[in-house]
Design a protein around this ligand. Sequence first.
Ligand code: NAP
Length: 235
Amino acid sequence: MIKADIRGKWALVTGASRGIGRQVALGLADNGCNVVLHSRDLAHTSPLAAELEAKGVEVVQISAELAKPEEVDEMIRILREEGPAIDILYNNAAIQIGYRSDWLDVPADEMRVSFEVNATALIRICHGLLPGMIERGWGRVVNVTSGVKDQPELIAYAISKAAVDKFVADTAGRLKEKGVLMNLMDPGWLRTDLGGPNAPGAVESVLPGALVPVLIEDGTAGELFRAQDWAGKAI
Ligand SMILES: NC(=O)c1ccc[n+]([C@@H]2O[C@H](COP(=O)([O-])OP(=O)(O)OC[C@H]3O[C@@H](n4cnc5c(N)ncnc54)[C@H](OP(=O)(O)O)[C@@H]3O)[C@@H](O)[C@H]2O)c1
C-alpha cells in the first residue's frame, strides 16, 4: 500500500467520544494527524482531547446533534468560517434504533430518525466539507457502513446504511478526479455501546484497518474496506 503522510493534516471524526470513533481518533493522532473531535456534548470528548494532545497533535472539540439539521449546519459553518480546514472526514457517528424482538413490530416511523442521523446528516457534512477538499486538491472521506443483513429486526438501521453505501457508490467517481478519495469502512461486529456486549470483537481490533482508507494513496475510491481484514497486522 502506498501510504499518505497525514502529519499536520486535520481530520474530523464524528462520534469520536467512544467506541469506534474514539479508536479512529487515537489512530489518526498516532500518525501525526490533528483531530476535530465531534460528539453531542464537549464533555463527552474532553478526556480524549487531553489524551490526544499528550501525543503532540492539535485537537478541537465540536458538538452537534446529528438528528437536528440546524446543529449540523452550524457545525459546518464553524468549520468553514473559523477552521480548521478539514482534509480528512471520518463519518463514523450513527445510531441503531427501531429494534424489536419481533421484526414485524419494528416501528416504520423510527426509520426517519435513523435515516436523519445515519444518512442525511452524513451527506450534509460531506456536502459542507467537500468543496474545501476539492479546492485544495486533496481529501479523504471515510463513511462507516455495516455488514448487517438478514436481520429485519434491524431494518431501520440497515436501510440507513444501505443509503450510505449508495451515496458512496454514486459519488466517489466524481470526487476521485479532484484528488478526493471517498470510501466505505465496515468495522466488523465489535463490543461497543452500539454493538453490545455479545459482539465477538474487541473495539481495539478496528485498528489499524480503519485507517487504511485514510492512508491509501493509490487512487482507490468507492470501495468497501473491512477493518477486520487488517486485524493484528501492520499497515
Ligand atoms: N459496533 C459495531 O459492532 C458496529 C458494526 C458495524 C458498524 N458499526 C458502525 O460504526 C460506527 C460507530 O459505532 P460504535 O459502535 O462505535 O457506536 P457507539 O459506541 O454507540 O458510539 C456512537 C458515537 O456516535 C455519537 N452519536 C450517537 N448518536 C448521535 C447523534 N444523534 N448525534 C451526534 N452524535 C451521535 C456518540 O456521541 P455521544 O458521546 O454524544 O453519545 C458516540 O461518539 C457507526 O457508524 C456504526 O453504525 C458499528
